[in-house]
Write a protein that binds this ligand. Structure first.
Ligand code: NAI
Ligand code: A1CAB
Length: 291
């Protein structure tokens, strides 16, 4: 039934995998490709209905061993057998990969991208007319079920396609629908967001260590504090400004610290940082779309 060569694995015609689940191909399995793969399996997909492409055979072996999925180094063969194709490569490699697989897709195959910046129109120009397409912006906590993914449909994607993407990603965390025009801002906030939080975590740990706390203690205190504060904000639904006030007694210690953050321009720096990420996203896609 399929023609994928799977580094020694059998194809799904011979493994007896259930035939009701759409067959998923993940093309490019670095950080985010593997995250999506993990999420699809956590959503209950039979690993034999999932094929991953990897350029190095050691990486393919790792994916088979860790996830039980089928692997190949042949993007075209993987795409040809799939009902859902996930593009997991860097933006600079997306154009070539999309063009490489375009002729192999069967009519109706859903194509999903996780690449930052590039518009649905960029892909639709390179895919057969009418190919259903969904743009997704996940983040790294999706690998442990605590992520957030924003999804936007291309012109041919229907409600069923969006619902299928939601099902595939349900185990990676929150999935929200956004207008495609907002995807660059989403990428700057939640796509890159974990990096900002790790930056803050590192700074808190360093400050604790500077004050003489054992390094491990400082790090545990910082992590637990960030986790707890995020959960408090989520569970109470209160505005962060109100939650911040509840920590800040008049004339107390927290208000003295917050004054230093304001003096250091930290709030403005966050605004500038996200604005720079969004601008870079726009710039990157303009560059790649012009090529
Ligand atoms: N890392 C992150 O936090 C996030 C990344 N993304 C997006 O995910 C995409 C992938 O990024 P990462 O996973 O971070 O990069 P990565 O470098 O970890 O993974 C890319 C993978 O693609 C493989 N690859 C490149 N060309 C290929 C080809 N022609 N065929 C098969 N495999 C190929 C590489 O060997 C590598 O394993 C990017 O488009 C990025 O914008 C989106 C949200 C968050
Ligand atoms: O920095 C990057 O290119 C990726 C996109 C979103 C998060 N990380």
């Amino acid at each position: 039934m399929t023609t994928v060569t799977t580094h020694g694995q059998q194809d799904d015609a011979t493994t007896g995998a259930p035939s009701d689940q759409p067959r998923v191909a993940v093309l490019g399995t670095g950080v985010m490709g593997e995250t999506v793969l993990t999420g699809v399996l956590a959503a209950g997909w039979d690993p034999q209905r999932v094929v991953a492409t990897a350029r190095r055979s050691e990486r393919a072996a790792e994916l088979r061993e860790q996830h039980g999925v089928r692997t190949t180094d042949d993007n075209v063969a993987a795409a040809a057998e799939a009902d859902v194709v996930v593009l997991g490569v860097k933006p600079k490699d997306i154009g070539a990969l999309t063009e490489q697989i375009a002729g192999a897709l069967r009519p109706g195959t859903l194509v999903i991208t996780v690449a930052v910046g590039l518009s649905c129109a960029f892909y639709e120009k390179r895919l057969p007319a009418g190919t259903p397409f969904v743009r997704v912006m996940p983040n790294t906590p999706s690998s442990i079920g605590s992520g957030v993914s924003a999804i936007s449909p291309g012109v041919a994607a229907t409600e069923e396609h969006l619902a299928l993407v939601e099902t595939l990603l349900a185990s990676t965390g929150l999935v929200i629908r956004v207008a495609e025009k907002d995807q660059d801002a989403v990428g700057a906030l939640s796509g890159s967001g974990p990096a900002y939080v790790f930056y803050v975590l590192d700074a808190l740990s360093e400050a604790g260590t500077l004050m003489g706390l054992p390094r491990a203690t400082a790090s545990r205190l910082a992590t637990a504090t960030v986790l707890g504060a995020a959960r408090l904000a989520e569970e109470t639904g209160e505005h962060p400004a109100i939650l911040r006030e509840k920590v800040s007694s008049p004339g107390g210690t927290t208000i003295a610290a917050l004054r230093e953050l304001d003096r250091g321009g930290v709030r403005a720096a966050f605004v500038d940082a996200l604005t720079a990420a969004k601008a870079r996203s726009t710039e990157l896609s303009a560059q790649l779309e012009a090529e």
